[in-house]
Write a protein that binds this ligand. Structure first.
Ligand SMILES: NC(=O)C1=CN([C@@H]2O[C@H](COP(=O)(O)OP(=O)(O)OC[C@H]3O[C@@H](n4cnc5c(N)ncnc54)[C@H](O)[C@@H]3O)[C@@H](O)[C@H]2O)C=CC1
Ligand SMILES: O=C([O-])CC(=O)C(=O)O
Length: 320
């Protein structure tokens, strides 16, 4: 079988990391696309030279022309700008919405059959705009945030309790902002829902509350440390998990920003929910039971996403 073709739109910190993982895992041949001349070519060549060390026969190519993404099976979009300390993700709309227009049109023209994973922030609004600008089927355009948010939640729980990250399953719902909803009742340590894990003495309620808060602000914590940009290793790994589920038809259930049509009482927007990803793209949305407090938190998070979508429509009336 021919190798898959993976187009990385944006060859910055996350794009370069994605290319490295794609090559090491031989997920497919990689096109690194960027508007910056030399950056995608340089990163592509650097990683291509590394393939002779780790022994994978994959091709990597840098490009500044959308024609090079032709026929891509997967496009992972990180084009745009990241935030710096003192900024919120929402402050990026002005620049990144314009980038999504160019990227959406490029993908529509050259890779309309691709499964598209958007990472650019503010995530829920940018994936919504990317789907509109590209006109690709909604089940083939998804946003990466929940895999990252729930990975942070799981890691903090593992760090606090000493239990292997492999036996912690954490879930978050909602938009990728500080009011995201870590799902305490549905997340488990060794199979125990977190309230039971507290009763069993794995961690205290105060520890759990602090971890929920730290998860919500996890992106900002890294921005404050790095000072020049935002997280890139964990975001890249998270998008790779989604790409693999599509390419290998793994049918994993992963928290992703997907188009909702009635699930959780929501419709006509992109928001983070558990989604089954297989060869057809988003094949199913999994609906957790939600109690009154979870419903209220989700509603607040969704309101933030709706506000961002309104801001996009005001900036670009073609989206209205
Ligand atoms: N959804 C999530 O969970 C996360 C989202 N992000 C977001 O991902 C985005 C990328 O982050 P990084 O890779 O760290 O940024 P970066 O600045 O290292 O890379 C962005 C790249 O996009 C390129 N670019 C800018 N305009 C472009 C255009 N019109 N067409 C093609 N390429 C273009 C730039 O030249 C640059 O190489 C940011 O918006 C950031 O906020 C970052 C972490 C997590
Ligand atoms: O916080 C940021 O700006 C980048 C991001 O979305 C994350 O790391 O969760």
């Amino acid at each position: 079988m021919a190798r898959a073709k993976i187009a990385l739109i944006g060859a910055g910190m996350i794009g370069g990391t994605l290319a490295h993982i794609c090559a090491r895992e031989a997920l497919g041949d990689v096109i690194l696309f960027d508007i910056a001349e030399g950056t995608p070519q340089g990163k592509g060549l650097d990683i291509a030279e590394a393939t002779a060390v780790f022994g994978q026969d994959v091709a990597l190519k840098g490009a500044n022309d959308y024609a090079d993404i032709a026929g891509a099976d997967v496009c992972i979009v990180t084009a745009g700008v990241p935030r710096k300390p003192g900024m919120s993700r929402d402050d990026l709309i002005g620049i990144n919405l314009k980038v999504m227009k160019a990227v959406g049109e490029g993908i529509a023209k050259h890779a309309p059959e691709a499964f598209v994973i958007c990472i650019t922030n503010p995530l829920d609004a940018m994936v919504w705009a990317l789907q509109k600008f590209s006109g690709l089927p909604k089940e083939k355009v998804v946003g990466m945030a929940g895999v990252l948010d729930s990975a942070r939640f799981a890691y903090f729980l593992a760090e606090k309790t000493g239990v292997s990250v492999q036996d912690i399953h954490a879930w978050t719902l909602g938009g990728h902002g500080d009011d995201m909803v870590p799902m305490v009742r549905h997340s488990t340590i060794g199979g125990l829902p977190l309230p039971d894990a507290v009763k069993a003495g794995f961690l205290s309620q105060a520890d759990l509350d602090a971890i929920v808060e730290r998860t919500r602000k996890g992106g900002g914590e890294i921005v404050a440390l790095l000072k020049t940009g935002s997280a890139f290793y964990a975001p890249a790994e998270s998008a790779i998990a989604m790409a693999k589920s599509y390419l290998l038809d793994q049918k994993r259930v992963l928290p992703c920003a997907v188009w909702v049509s009635g699930e959780y009482g929501l419709s006509d927007l992109y928001v983070g929910v558990p989604a089954l990803i297989g060869a057809s793209g988003v094949e199913k949305v999994v609906e957790f039971t939600t109690d009154e407090s979870e419903k209220a938190m989700l509603a607040k998070s969704v309101d933030s996403v709706k506000g961002l979508i309104e801001a996009c429509k005001q900036q670009d009336p073609s989206l209205a």
